[in-house]
Design a protein around this ligand. Sequence first.
Ligand code: TYD
Length: 205
Amino acid sequence: MKGLFITIEGTDGAGKSTQIELLTEYLSKKGRDVLVTREPGGTPIGEKIREIILDTENSEMSDITEAMLYAASRAQHVNEKIKPALLEGKIVICDRFVDSSIAYQSSARGISRELIEDINKYAVCGITPDITLYFDITPEEGIKRKKNMHKLDRIEKEKEDFHKRVYDGYQNLLKLYPERIKRVDASQSISDVHKQVIEYINKIL
Ligand code: TYD
C-alpha cells in the first residue's frame, strides 16, 4: 500500500470530529492528498446500515446482529473506498475502525474478542491502520458533551456502566498494541489536543 491509514478512536464525545477537521486542514496545507471518512458508514450502502444500527427504535437488535452489521458496513467501506484510496497513495483518516468493534461489541456487549476479530478479518481484507490515535476522556465527560450537542442515538443511550466498559476496552487495547495505538489526552483544550495529534502524525509521515 502506498498511502497512509490513520484511524481515530475514543469513547462517545471525545471530540474526534473537531480534531479530524484540524488534522485534515493541517495535512492539506502540507500538500497531502487526504480522504476523510467514518464508520459505521462511509459509503452509500454503509450509511444505510448505519441508520439501522443507530435507530433508537431498533431496541430488540441482538448483540451479534449489531456486531455483524458494523462488520458489513466496514467490508463495503474497505472495498469501495479505503483500499482504493490507499492504493492511490492517499492519506486516509477514518473516524473509528475495528478497535471500536472490540471496545463496544466485545468489551461492552460481552461478545468474545476472538469472535469479533474473526468476523472483522473478513471485513478488512488485510487492511490494518498504520497508526491509531485514541482520544482519552472519561466516559462521564464524553456523554455530558454529547448530550449538549444532539439527541442521543441507540448506542449513546446505553447506561453508564456500558460506557465504562467501552472505556476499559480501549485501555486494554492500548496495552495490547502500544506500537500502533497512541494515547491523546482529549480533556485538554482544542489547540493543545491538536498539538498532540500533530506530533504523533509528523513522526510517522
Ligand atoms: P457516531 O455518531 O459516529 O459516534 P461518534 O461521533 O462518537 O463516533 O456513532 C457511532 C456509534 O457506533 C458510536 O457510539 C460507537 C459505535 N460503534 C460501535 O459500537 N462499533 C463499531 O464498530 C463502530 C465503528 C462504532
